[in-house]
Design a protein around this ligand. Sequence first.
Ligand code: GLU
Length: 280
Amino acid sequence: MARVTVTRFAPSPTGRLHLGHAWSAILSHDFARSRGGQFIVRIEDIDGTRSRPEHVATILEDLEWLGLEWDGEIMFQSRRLDHYAAALDRLRAMGLLYRCFCTRAEIAAASLAAPHGAEPVYPGTCRGIDAAGRIDEPHCWRIDMAKAAALAGPLVWTDHGVEVAADPLAAGDVVLARKDAPASYHLAVTIDDAAQGVTDVVRGRDLFAATHVHRLLQALLGLPVPAYHHHDLLVGADGERLAKRHDSPTLAAMRAAGEDGRAVAAMLRAGRLPNIGASA
Ligand code: GLU
């Protein structure tokens, strides 16, 4: 029997949504709907210092304004900390995690440039240190990527149906539990995609590199592997990413200005940018 397609939109409520987010939500929504599947929404609010409840309400209004209906209950990551803690315990018991006491400044000073350009690769300063006398000091938990990758063996995932060899080592020893939050994005997103039965992850190409890490975590935790569909990011006429533009209006601002969200969505689907000033 063919499985039901399930996609998700998983915003972090740390700010207002822009057209780039709208594009991602539309693609994920349409992917599911065109296959008679389900589209769900997950609020990735584990970052207690940056997440704001008022942004959650605005995000949901934005989705309604765009004409995107979601299925079922909305999942909030902030209510699922026990699940992340249990997964961390398992990985710890496998000997794959270590405490890292480095400050941001220390990491920035010692880090190697990442091959993908974005995130600096942690140089492994705390790997193998004796942390016994320091556990009261602030620390995060990192995964020993070389050890984890060796344990998992060769892995593949698919992007738009094309097989990709997982390369988790490129990301280095990423953080799985932060100093200020009980889980990191990588851990929570992997666990929740599985928990929600997501079959197809439709998200921006900026998260392509992260998928190597997610694939490894799936293998270590015995989780199913969704199909991935990383989409191109929306850019303005000048080629700059809309999300990075200072003058890119928020969906809330467009809504307040009386714009028709369904018309905006239709325009994006037709491959056109709504008139948003300088870039249109
Ligand atoms: N919460 C992430 C973000 O807002 C997206 C997570 C994902 O799609 O995997 O950037």
